[in-house]
Ligand binder design. Structure first.
Ligand code: SF4
Ligand code: SF4
Length: 171
């Protein structure tokens, strides 16, 4: 069992999946979040009907670390993925959680690589948004057999990544 700061120090500093657009497409802000301050810090917020959202990949993410850690939104403060929860509770060893994190990061990197190859290199969009755009483009037809082979590899990787995230990360 690890204390919360120790678990965060071991796992989150090697991960960043809940900020990089792999686990989520955005962070919804709470009414008590300081929106003017977040804007001053250079975070590009989006207004969707009555909701204010911080899109991911987050502009504050620097490697695996948050540049605005002390000023981060409340949902960022309270979110704990399953791996973090299990390490905190002593149900999983940190090494085993780090193995899952490495696997998920590797799969996400491979998915990004295939998306880049297919021309879907919009780095400001989350992985799922890029993938959906890519699938829509493929459905439009006219793709070469080489592109379709790359698409098949991408679909297999996204399937593996989604299964891993569902099983090991979403709380
Ligand atoms: S996904 Fe989990 S381990 Fe990774 S940074 Fe977020 S809370 Fe930490
Ligand atoms: S503000 Fe910090 S903790 Fe929140 S999503 Fe961005 S990088 Fe992650």
């Amino acid at each position: 069992m690890l204390s919360e700061p120790d678990a965060v120090a071991r796992l989150c500093t090697a991960c960043g999946l809940c900020c990089s657009g792999v686990l989520f497409a955005d962070v919804e802000l709470e009414p008590h979040d300081n929106i003017p301050l977040l804007q001053q810090l250079g975070l590009p917020l989006k207004q969707l009907k009555s909701k204010t959202k911080l899109p991911q990949p987050c502009a504050a993410l620097d490697g695996c670390l948050c540049r605005n850690y002390t000023q981060r939104p409340s949902r960022c403060r309270t979110f704990e993925c399953l791996q973090l929860l299990k390490v905190k509770n002593g149900e999983t060893a940190p090494e085993s959680a780090l193995t899952n994190i490495r696997k998920a990061r590797q799969l996400a990197e491979r998915a990004e690589h295939f998306l880049d190859q297919l021309g879907h290199n919009h780095l400001k969009l989350s992985l799922s948004q890029r993938y959906r755009r890519c699938i829509r483009a493929a459905e439009g037809g006219g793709w070469t057999s080489e592109q379709l082979e790359t698409l098949a590899e991408l679909q297999m990787i996204v399937h593996q990544l989604t299964a891993l995230l569902q099983r090991e990360f979403y709380p």
